[in-house]
Write a protein of this length. Structure first.
Length: 306
């Protein structure tokens, strides 16, 4: 009974987060002919063209990037990117089927062919790049700690002997195991369960991407983000390894979106107004571009903070 009550409370909180974020379905029209029909752009792979629909893995429990809204629809920053891809490919935003893809399921969803691509807060790492292919970077995220206001954890320096919760298979899972071995680590199969563990008091802090944690801190006056920024890594779109035609198609459409400043519109649709200015530095824009760390750089999850 206690677990049921906690779950019900979390659902209510999640609905409040969604409402507070002011997420709205995009009202953008289909791309202009010069955008959608430019003969110089790579062609859509034949299997997707024949199907007349994308199959795209997204998060369903991580607002504001991917979640189920109060109408039971997929919504969020990554979901809107997927709908833009549908516009570019088929002229309509609804030619896409979404598959809920929690963190541990992202790679298997690609390697088994369940989805064409995964747009799900997917941090690029060289290790993952040995098994799947990534698009160019489209968002710069950083790790943060969500804590209760009166928590003894106020920075990474306070983690010794404390309990951290994050998701299995995430970069945070690997980083904590390597760099904070004297910390108690709880890993869950998805973000919702990690948030439940934190709210139940089973963990001192919830470690995850700033893009997701900011939504919780924005509406829960009993929580806050610490000032530490760590594991600053870009998100990419995951695809099955060797599908070069789809990688070229995705990269060319991301470039169109950058030039047209589509990501700024998507950001405004999904992030509270007071956070837009800060997060606008993390997106592709007409005069802003970024990429992954060079191959010569050490893997971020192997570098421990001082």
């Amino acid at each position: 009974m206690k677990k049921l009550i906690v779950a019900m409370v979390l659902v209510i909180v999640a609905a409040t987060v969604v409402t507070a974020l002011g997420v709205a379905a995009t009202s953008a029209t289909a791309p202009t002919s010069s955008e959608a029909q430019n003969a110089k752009l790579p062609a859509l792979p034949s299997n997707i063209k024949a199907r007349k629909r994308f199959l795209i893995g997204v998060k369903c429990d991580a607002p504001p990037f991917g979640y189920i809204n109060v109408r039971g629809e997929n919504a969020g920053f990554d979901v809107e990117i997927a709908r833009w891809f549908s516009r570019y490919a088929f002229g309509r935003e609804n030619r896409v089927s979404f598959v809920c893809t929690p963190t541990p399921a992202r790679e298997p969803s690609l390697t088994t062919g369940r989805v064409d691509m995964v747009i799900a807060t997917f941090t690029y790492t060289r290790d993952r790049d040995t098994r799947i292919d990534f698009s160019r970077a489209y968002y710069k995220a950083t790790g943060r700690l969500l804590v209760k206001n009166d928590s003894p954890v106020q920075s990474l320096a306070n983690l010794s002997g404390r309990t951290v919760v994050t998701t299995s298979g995430s970069i945070y899972d690997r980083w904590v195991r390597r760099c904070y071995s004297n910390t108690n680590l709880i890993v869950t199969d998805n973000f919702t369960n990690a948030a439940i563990a934190f709210n139940q008091g089973r963990a001192d802090t919830l470690m995850w991407d700033d893009t997701v944690l900011v939504g919780i801190a924005a509406v829960d006056p009993n929580t806050k983000l610490t000032n530490d920024l760590f594991l600053a890594l870009p998100y990419g779109i995951g695809m099955r390894q060797g599908n070069t035609a789809l990688v070229r198609w995705v990269n060319s459409r991301l470039e169109l979106m950058r030039k047209k400043d589509r990501f700024m519109t998507i950001l405004r649709n999904n992030v509270p107004a007071r956070f837009v200015a800060g997060f606008s530095r993390n997106i592709l824009r007409p005069k802003v571009t970024f990429g992954y760390a060079p191959a010569s750089a050490p893997a971020p999850d192997t570098v421990c903070s001082n």
